[in-house]
Write a protein that binds this ligand. Structure first.
Ligand code: PLP
Length: 383
């Protein structure tokens, strides 16, 4: 068995990395945007090298084998029998979310999501002439979940779309079957289409949890769903823009594809090659990644909950931690932590400024150094 070395420190400075270049020329550790500091699986590198050596990079189309591999993966991992025609390739999940806003309902209609949430959810409706309505998640027994009473009163006759994020960025919740069925029945009652962003579905850290696509939890509403997935988070391919939507209903599929016409570019041959190598040949890499991320998660969880007055809930999925810093009473938490060499994402960006988000998709050495710096930042704050 090949053992992958996730402890290897790979220099990402001077490689046009969004994550690392933000703090160019400083000693700040970038723990913000959601990509990981790990090299991709050798199978992916091999596939990309082969494409480079071919030397022609014309327009591409999804390889038949990739479609079959995706269908097999969905059946095997989620017991989801998906048909070939249901798969729509997209150059990114955010463009898919944006297209869903444009495709569903009419200008002025409402799109609902639950906050905090990955920041693009908060901006895509307005960019498609839709109105955003947000409903806060609630903390229940140390876990972020839906507030169904609040949700129920949020739906109106103008609500056309519910934008779900599962596994949830930034709280790390992996919604269970009951939660998804309850949400699905509310949406069905109000004739609302669900666009579910499942980009983090390959990153379930809790051994007792499983990812369940909402169409699988509630097959009766499958015809009113668009599920967005990608190899990008799980296999660290965010810069390659390979994503897909699963849309069982033909009409809904047409609506989405016509909303993307002349706007979205075609998918690059690199994206298809990398996606195939990811789903077909990189499962052992993913399994070892999960072991590593679980260790990071546990390290972080233990430490943060010792560092009063910080707190965090256990992360069920993703490599993102949602940390409550409210008790520190900082005016500008991001600036404060940057002055101690820590680059976090501001909670405000996700709709709640009492928090910061920490990306632990990094080496354990980086995480340990970050936790040391965090301890110093808190000691200085107390003084
Ligand atoms: C929930 C979620 N959706 C979408 C994206 C980005 O997707 P893409 O780069 O494919 O547009 C991210 C990236 O962090 C994310 O966390």
């Amino acid at each position: 068995m090949t053992i992958y070395n996730f402890d290897e420190m790979i220099e990402r400075r001077h490689s046009n990395s969004l994550k690392w270049d933000k703090y160019q020329g400083t000693d700040i550790l970038p723990l913000w945007v959601a990509d990981m500091d790990f090299r991709v699986s050798p199978a992916i590198t091999h596939a990309l090298k082969k494409r480079v050596e071919h030397g022609i990079f014309g327009y591409s189309r999804p390889p038949d084998e990739l479609i079959q591999v995706v269908i097999n993966m969905l059946k095997e991992h989620y017991d989801w029998p998906v048909e070939k025609d249901w798969v729509v390739w997209l150059p990114g999940v955010v463009p898919g979310l944006s297209a869903a806003c444009r495709a569903i309902g009419q200008p002025g209609d409402e799109a609902i999501c639950c906050t905090p949430i990955y920041h693009h959810f908060l901006h895509v409706p307005a960019r498609s002439n839709r109105q955003l309505k947000t409903v806060p998640l609630q903390l229940e027994q140390g876990r972020w979940t839906f507030d169904f009473d609040a949700l129920e009163s949020a739906f109106t006759e103008k609500t056309a779309l519910f934008m779900l994020c599962n596994p949830h960025n930034p709280t790390g919740t992996v919604f269970n079957k009951d939660e998804l069925q309850h949400l699905a029945s509310l949406c069905a009652q109000h004739n609302v289409v669900i666009c579910s962003d499942d980009i983090h579905c390959g990153l379930i850290l809790d051994e007792y949890k499983k990812h369940i696509p909402i169409s699988v939890a509630a097959p009766e509403i499958a015809d009113k769903t668009i599920t967005l997935m990608a190899p990008s988070k799980t296999f660290n391919l965010a810069g390659l823009n390979a994503s897909f939507a699963i849309i069982p209903d033909r009409h809904l599929r047409q609506q989405l594809t016509s909303a993307t016409k002349s706007i979205l570019p075609s998918i690059s041959p690199f994206a298809f090659d990398a996606a195939l190598a990811a789903f077909r040949d990189s499962e052992d890499w993913r399994q070892q990644l999960l072991v590593y991320l679980r260790q990071n998660r546990d390290l972080l969880n233990t430490k943060i909950n010792q560092l009063e007055p910080l707190s965090m809930t256990k992360i069920e999925g993703t490599y993102l931690a949602w940390i409550n810093i409210e008790q520190l009473g900082l005016d500008n938490p991001i600036k404060y932590f940057e002055s101690f060499g820590l680059g976090f994402s501001p909670g405000k960006e996700f709709g709640d400024d009492r928090f910061i988000r920490l990306n632990f998709g990094c080496t354990q050495a980086t995480l340990i150094e970050a936790l040391k710096r965090l301890e110093i930042a808190l000691t200085c704050h107390r003084q």
